[in-house]
Ligand binder design. Structure first.
Ligand code: FUB
Length: 312
């Protein structure tokens, strides 16, 4: 009996090691994962890629109508808390744009501020027309209520919020390159003029900034098309708004040819993790993606060691 039990345990151990936990969510497409720890629990706020109903959205492009939030205590079992915000519930947004792209979230004074891009109602057709809005909730699981207007002075996508140790908040976002500004304490307005970062690579599309602090060093991390598709790179500074020094690559381009990668970096239970996406649930179409996570390590000088994606 004992041998049988031990063999059974070994079988499940081997199974979990060889199959791993990636992709994290398998019953729907997910992308652009922002992972945050709230009240000791790990939450992931991804975009929700879908194939829209016939005649709606944009064919062969990203289509997202809403956001779900997922939580986990072990990065293996994930609870889907359902829809937290829909495109139809954004007063300033186009309710049929299917453009609820990469989000972020931050807690301040017991309130949860969810940052999301969307196409502005009546925006001209074409690539522009995006702004960033804020939706507020009393809990990380939502539901979130969208503020009536987007953040004034912000045009673009991929919001990222960082609050420094002195309580000063910052908003970063992208529009082909990366922008940043101070945030007012109300979390709804900019407190300084947007600035760009001339010290970051100026050649090749950049988006998806994610800033964090470790041991007094600020890390600006971002997807960058240095070659054909996006790879994750980083730079460091002694101030959230720079000047940054370019350091290197966190993750190489997708072996599957997926055009985008979009990530966040967070520490949970004393281990740092890189959350990112690829498209293994949709091998022939890279706009329906799936989120992943792998451990991330620093060397003794604070450099990020390159992360190799675990195989499925
Ligand atoms: O998910 C839509 C867009 O693709 C995101 O906003 C970008 O960062 C890229 O992942």
């Amino acid at each position: 009996f004992k041998i049988h039990t031990i063999l059974k345990l070994l079988f499940f151990l081997v199974l979990s090691v060889s199959y791993g936990q990636n992709p994290l969510i398998t019953d729907q497409f997910t992308a652009d994962p922002t992972a945050r720890v709230f009240n000791g629990k790990l939450y992931v706020y991804p975009s929700h890629d879908i194939i829209p109903p016939e005649g709606q959205g944009r064919a062969e492009w990203f289509n997202m109508a809403d956001y779900h939030v997922f939580s986990s205590e072990n990065l293996t079992e994930w609870e889907d808390h359902g829809v937290i915000l829909s495109q139809k519930d954004v007063p300033w947004g186009d309710p049929e744009a299917y453009s609820m792209w990469a989000p972020d979230i931050m807690e301040r004074d017991g309130k949860y501020y969810f940052y999301f891009p969307n196409r502005i109602k009546d925006a001209d057709d074409g690539e522009g027309g995006f702004s960033i809005g804020v939706a507020i909730s009393d809990t990380p699981e939502g539901p979130f209520k969208a503020h009536p207007t987007p953040i004034e002075g912000v045009e673009g996508i991929d919001p990222n919020v960082f609050i420094d140790k002195d309580g000063q908040g910052y908003l970063f976002w992208s529009q082909s390159k990366i922008y940043g500004a101070k945030l007012k304490d109300n979390m709804l307005e900019l407190a300084s003029e947007p600035k760009t970062f001339m010290e970051l690579p100026q050649k090749g599309h950049m988006e998806g900034p994610f800033v964090f602090e470790r041991d007094g060093l600020y890390y600006m991390t971002y997807p960058h098309v240095a070659n054909k598709t996006e790879r994750l790179e980083y730079a460091v500074s002694d101030h959230p708004l720079g000047t940054y020094t370019h350091k290197g690559v966190i993750m190489d381009e997708s072996a599957k040819g997926t055009w985008t990668n979009h990530h966040s970096i967070t520490k949970y239970k004393d281990q740092w993790y890189l959350f990112y996406h690829d498209s293994e649930l949709s091998p022939n179409f890279d706009k329906t993606r799936s989120i992943r996570a792998d451990s991330l390590f620093f060397d003794n000088n604070g450099n990020i060691k390159k992360v190799l994606p675990t195989l499925r």
